[in-house]
Structure formats: C-alpha cells, structure tokens
Design a protein around this ligand. Structure first.
Ligand code: ADP
Ligand code: MG
Length: 314
C-alpha cells in the first residue's frame, strides 16, 4: 500500500481547512440546543451540509429531526449554539441585527408550510408580490412588470387579481413562491411547502420550485418529511437526529438508443469528524453491534463484526 499515515493526515488537514470553500451554503458541525423548562433538546447535533450554487436540494427527515431548526438558522431567524454557517458572503454566526435584515431582504427568500404565513390575506396576488419589491424601493413600473412576469412563469397569472381566500392551497403556494422570488434572491428556502396539499397539487408546487431553479438559476432548498419530493430534485439529503445521514443523487443517463432514464444513487455521508451511519439492513445482516473492526484497503474501507478476526473471514 502506498498511502502513508502522514499523507493521510495531510489530506485530512487540507480537507478540514477547505471545507465548503466553493459552496454557496456551508453548515459545519452545527449544533442548536433548546432549553425549555430545564430540559435540554439538541435539535441539531453537529450537522454538516454543503450546497452548491444553482442546486435544487431536498432535505428530508422525520418529524422532530431538526429540519425547521435548520431552516430557521439558514434564513437568519435563529442563531445556532455552536458550529459555523455561511451563505454566500454572509457569516450567519456573527451578523449584526442590521445585517440580518439586509440578508433576509436581499439574499434569501422563503416559502412556509402555512399558506397564511406567506401571503397577506387582504392583498391580491399581484399586490402580495409587489410588497417586497416596494420595501426594497423598486420603482412602481418595475414592480408591476416583475410581479406579472413571476406569476406567469409559475402558471398563476390568472390569479393576479385574486386574494388568498379566493385561491386553492396550491395556487396560494405558487403565488407564495413568486413572493419569495420577488427580490431575486440567490437562495429560496421552502419549509414543508406541500405539507397542507394533496399529492397532485403538491406536484404542481414542486414543479414550480423546479422552474424557479431552472429559469432563474435560484438555488432552492426544500425541507420536508415527504420522501416523494426526492423525485422532483437532483439531490436529497436525509437528516436524522439533527445530523445528515445519507444522500441520494439523481441523474439522467442516455442509453445507446437515445432513450433517457433516471438513475438514483444512494450515498452515506461521512461527517467532519469521520463518523458514518451504517444502514440498519447492513448492521442486521452481519449482526454488527458495538465494536467493529475497520481495515483500510487500497480503494475502500471494510467493516467487520468485532467478534471475528478479518483473517478468519477472508
Ligand atoms: P422538524 O422540523 O424536523 O420536525 P424541528 O426542527 O422543528 O424538527 O425540531 C427539532 C427538535 O427540536 C424537536 O425535538 C423539537 O421538539 C425541538 N424544538 C424545536 N423548536 C423548539 C423550541 N423553540 N424550543 C424547544 N424545543 C424545540
Ligand atoms: Mg418542521
């Protein structure tokens, strides 16, 4: 074997220093501890996540796994207890409250699960989209044009003069996406955007998020407990107990006959401290529990049950 311990350590150090240097969004060992009535809840337990510019990503996890906590942090509403978090040039750990407002107004947009939280009930769709443009000081003519364009792009141009109460849940969420995109943010965050919708309507809303990503180049991060969302995105990151555990990457392959098919490949995620979660099926199949043996091979690492020596098994 040519790999020496020194060269491995060197590589590990380089890896640590550059963690996420090129990424648009970097979460590095994020910890968020809530104290409520003397009880400590660790909502994020050393979460690592890198998102590249132009990505369309779903973060999927069971209820209580820390998804909303993560989005509160990324949207600048909450500050983590420890770790490092950067979005573009913004260091979210050390922003002043003034910078926080600026960040929320110019860098990021949001779509929340509760349709009521996204739209002002007494304003029409076009007025809802114009509101953030007005707050950003955009001239009136600009605002009208931009609102109409966004509503058209998302297929809800016909809802321009309707108030939220006059639209279906799916239409409201599509208008909410237009509101989130109004000021041309680099990143759009959506927390369970389809949580209150049936599956056909959910598909429409997810397609709109995809359109935003494709047409405007906006980086889109969707957080959800709905595994079906992964069919609409290139990359799905699973979080479990406040930590990223695995990833599914989808890509389209072209056959020799020219037909296209989607390949989904699942990866485990190695965290910054080198920790890895072995899937339950693997652990059960080989009865891996407690101590296991690791061996470094030329191109991979093997995991052996601790009770037998690797020699006996090969
Ligand atoms: P998800 O969105 O994946 O359902 P959350 O991020 O909302 O998960 O919550 C993660 C954990 O943190 C849960 O155990 C939840 O009860 C707890 N939690 C979330 N917000 C608070 C809070 N403000 N105070 C105390 N505990 C909280
Ligand atoms: Mg949530």
């Amino acid at each position: 074997m040519t790999t020496t311990l020194e060269s491995l350590e060197e590589r590990a150090r380089a890896h640590g220093k550059d963690f996420g240097a090129d990424a648009l969004i970097v979460c590095d060992s994020l910890v968020r501890i809530y104290q409520s009535e003397g009880v400590e809840v660790q909502a994020l337990q050393g979460l690592d996540l890198l998102i590249e510019r132009g990505d369309l990503v779903a973060v999927v996890g069971a209820s209580g796994s820390g998804k909303s906590t993560l989005l509160s942090v990324l949207s600048g509403l909450d500050v983590p207890t420890a770790g490092r978090v950067r979005v573009g040039p913004w260091d979210l750990m050390s922003m002043t409250s003034r910078q926080r407002i600026e960040y929320r107004r110019t860098m990021v947009g949001f779509v929340w699960q509760q349709t009521a939280r996204n739209l002002v009930p007494y304003l029409t769709s076009v007025e809802n989209v114009m509101l953030p443009l007005a707050l950003a000081g955009r001239p009136r003519r600009d605002r009208t044009r931009r609102s109409a364009e966004l509503l058209d792009m998302l297929g809800v141009g016909y809802c321009a003069d309707r108030r939220p109460g006059e639209m279906s849940g799916g239409e409201q969420q599509r208008v909410a996406i237009a509101v989130g995109l109004a000021n041309d943010p680099q990143v759009l965050f959506a927390d369970e955007p389809t949580g209150e919708l049936d599956s056909a309507t959910s598909d429409d809303v997810l397609e709109c998020l995809r359109t935003s990503n494709r047409e405007l180049g906006t980086t889109v991060v969707i957080v959800t407990h709905d595994l079906g969302v992964s069919e609409h995105v290139q990359r799905t990151v699973a979080i479990r107990d406040g930590r990223t555990s695995s990833e599914v990457v989808r890509r389209t392959d072209t056959h020799e006959d020219g037909s296209e098919h989607v390949v989904a490949e699942e990866f485990a995620v190695l965290d910054r401290a080198g920790r890895l979660q072995l899937p339950r099926e693997y652990r059960e199949a080989l009865d891996l529990v407690g101590r296991v043996r690791l061996t470094l091979e030329e191109s991979h690492v093997s995991v052996w049950p601790g009770r037998t020596a690797p020699k006996e098994q090969s």
